[in-house]
Design a protein. Structure first.
Length: 253
């Protein structure tokens, strides 16, 4: 918009007028670019005629007047006003309350799954299974029955595998003494060999109440095969007072 020779401009805010040259035409020493360009053109003009050099003074003044009028009639360019600068937000003038510094929250500890916990769980599970299924394990591996016996753990359930029947008792004299003879049968109703437990003869009164002490005994035979029936007999020197009937039970002893 300024052109090569510059133009008259006016400030849109204060209406001040001046001639503005383009920045590329300004010389470092401050000499206007249009004067330097005119001097260069005059020096390079070929074959200047004497008539052109000796122009009358009146014509020169007239030409300068016309040039001034042309510059005066040239319209001025208004430079738009700069946009208003954003206002800085005002800071509060009152007292500033600083919140107290809070302690950082401790992160929640996540459960770390360790191999030791897994090993302990497997071990506990194996021990529980060895106790619950001890009868099946001892029957599958008879050598383990001795280990259970050393630990004081019974590997069989006589009440589930054995059954007693045909109980008969009587009083007789032997060598001048009165003794009571008790005879019964024991039957193995399971499909596996069962170790014979201790037996107990229990005395009961008329109200089927248990009287003590019990007569505990064990047979000479240790094992009873599946489907086998064994008849046994035991002798008692006396019965508890008030005994009306007898019963055979399996004793843990």
């Amino acid at each position: 918009m300024l052109g090569d020779a510059g133009r008259n401009v006016r400030c849109a805010k204060c209406s001040h007028k001046w001639k503005q040259l383009p920045p590329k035409l300004e010389n470092p020493d401050g000499t206007p670019a249009d004067i330097a360009a005119g001097i260069g053109q005059a020096a390079e003009a070929p074959d200047a005629s004497p008539q052109d050099e000796a122009a009358p003074a009146g014509e020169t003044q007239a030409g300068e007047a016309q040039a001034g009028e042309a510059q005066a009639s040239e319209p001025s360019v208004e430079i738009p006003a700069a946009p208003p600068r954003p206002r800085t937000p005002q800071r509060p003038t009152g007292p500033i309350t600083v919140p107290p510094k809070l302690r950082p929250m401790m992160p929640k500890r996540r459960f770390a799954f360790r191999p030791a916990y897994l090993l302990a769980g497997i071990l506990v599970g194996l021990l529980a299974a060895a106790f619950v299924f001890r009868a099946e394990i001892a029957r599958a591996v008879p050598a383990l029955d001795l280990i259970y016996s050393l630990m004081g753990i019974s590997t069989s359930s006589p009440a589930d595998d054995l059954e007693t029947a045909n109980l008969v008792y009587s009083k007789r004299n032997e060598d001048g003494k009165s003794v009571f003879s008790v005879q019964a049968d024991v039957f193995n109703k399971s499909e596996f060999p069962v170790k014979l437990p201790h037996f107990a003869v229990v005395a009961l009164d008329a109200n089927r109440k248990r009287l003590s002490p019990d007569h505990v005994f064990r047979l000479e035979q240790e094992m009873i095969e599946p489907g086998e029936t064994i008849s046994f007999r035991t002798f008692m020197e006396s019965l508890p007072k008030g005994t009306k009937t007898l019963r055979i039970e399996f004793s843990p002893k």
